[in-house]
Design a protein around this ligand. Structure first.
Ligand code: SF4
Ligand code: SF4
Ligand code: SF4
Length: 368
């Protein structure tokens, strides 16, 4: 299913995190005002009302600049409010670092339909890349929770893996690890460089090395009944005008009261000025309890469609309807241009599109 079919409202619940991953690109170190560290519940309710009014989807998702389960009570309140509004049609998705108690895990098993746990594979890799704030290992608890979720029949539980140069060639091994603990869905992405600091070597990876090893791991996973996915192939199963929900757009509510269209823009201009502000298209006015939408910003993100990309950036690309320009957030982060492209991703798309089936069979799951 083209990735744009994944229509949903996302809630960035918290700016705080209990982990300190080596590639974290979020802005948690900034001096955020206290009132901007957690999502406002009234804003969340207004966001749900507007989204359910304007979109047939009843899919909600919890994510964040920090770890969403650190706002556990707020997550429960938002879920309950959405459930009342959507009746039995509600789909709940959570993207989390998986470092939480058994009590939290039990609530998730009961209330979440689609779960993505960030885990980078076997303990010796995961613990280097994803330690706690006090530099303690996290793999034991994350693995315990993943094993528990893999046994829940009512839930699609998957792993979200960030690949750094030392593990780029170990993708097959990573598939084997997740298969051994019962996980059937894996999304991998090489580490994205933040716009303001790309000095770390974890962001220096070769696209063809990634693509080659991805393909080997994808084939191995298929034999094992595991879905091994990455952003560059999300539209290989179906032609599309837009790469992602971000371009239609879909709301992502920020802790400082803005509506963003994308996971990449997690705060308004006070904290994160620059080109990513193009992806903000609404602002909550608490005194009036309304969200004011910016039509110009909506038109701007919608302009990232194949018709416009064909005229300019992607004119010579034969895979345009199975890529549609790729991840909007990454492009704006790296080029500043709504109609730009990331050359590294083009190399990956071309390498994989030449070797994988296009438009034959729908993927079994959406990307996270
Ligand atoms: S869990 Fe997410 S937000 Fe927290 S440090 Fe890791 S990458 Fe950053
Ligand atoms: S040129 Fe690159 S970004 Fe554009 S459609 Fe082709 S692969 Fe995608
Ligand atoms: S980060 Fe990329 S895939 Fe995610 S919402 Fe933004 S454009 Fe879509």
């Amino acid at each position: 299913m083209a990735h744009v079919r994944k229509q949903m409202i996302s809630f960035f619940l918290s700016t705080r995190c209990n982990l300190r991953c080596i590639y974290c690109y979020t802005h948690k170190n900034q001096n955020l005002k206290k009132e901007h560290q957690s999502l406002d519940f009234n804003f969340s309710k207004r966001g749900i009302d507007d989204f359910f009014r304007d979109n047939a989807s009843r899919h909600i998702r919890f994510y964040g600049i920090g770890e969403p389960t650190l706002e556990f009570e707020l997550m429960k309140k938002i879920k309950n409010y959405a459930y009342k509004k959507a009746d039995n049609l509600l789909t709940v998705e959570l993207q989390t670092n998986g470092f939480f108690s058994e009590k939290v895990a039990k609530w998730i098993a009961k209330n979440v339909n689609i779960l993505w746990v960030s885990c980078d594979g076997p303990a010796e890799v995961h613990d280097i890349q994803r330690p706690t704030a006090t530099k303690k290992p996290t793999s034991e608890i994350v693995e315990r929770n993943l094993k528990y979720f893999s046994k829940q029949k009512s839930m699609q539980a998957g792993a979200r893996v960030t690949l750094t140069p030392p593990i780029m060639k170990r993708q097959s091994e990573i598939v084997g690890y997740f298969h051994s603990i019962g996980i059937k869905y894996i999304n991998v992405l090489p580490a994205f460089a933040p716009i303001d600091d790309n000095s770390s070597t974890v962001f220096e990876w070769d696209p063809i090395e990634f693509a080659k090893n991805f393909l080997i791991a994808h084939k191995k996973a298929k034999k094992l009944g595991v879905w091994y996915n990455t952003m560059c192939i999300v539209n290989f199963d179906e032609k599309t005008r837009h790469a992602c929900r971000a371009c239609t757009p879909n709301p992502h509510l920020t802790t400082d009261g803005y509506v963003s269209c994308c996971d990449f823009t997690q705060l308004g201009s006070e904290y994160s000025p620059g080109p990513l502000q193009q992806l903000i298209y609404g602002k909550y006015i608490p005194e009036k309890d309304i969200i004011v939408y910016d039509e110009k910003a909506v038109a701007n993100v919608r302009s990232r469609c194949v018709e416009n990309l064909k005229k300019k950036t992607c004119s010579d690309c034969k895979y345009i309807y199975n890529c549609a320009g790729g991840c909007l957030g990454q492009v704006v982060n790296e080029t500043g241009d709504i109609l730009g492209k990331c050359e590294k991703n083009c190399e990956i798309v071309r390498y994989l599109a030449e070797r994988m089936e296009l438009n034959k069979k729908l993927h079994p799951a959406f990307h996270s």
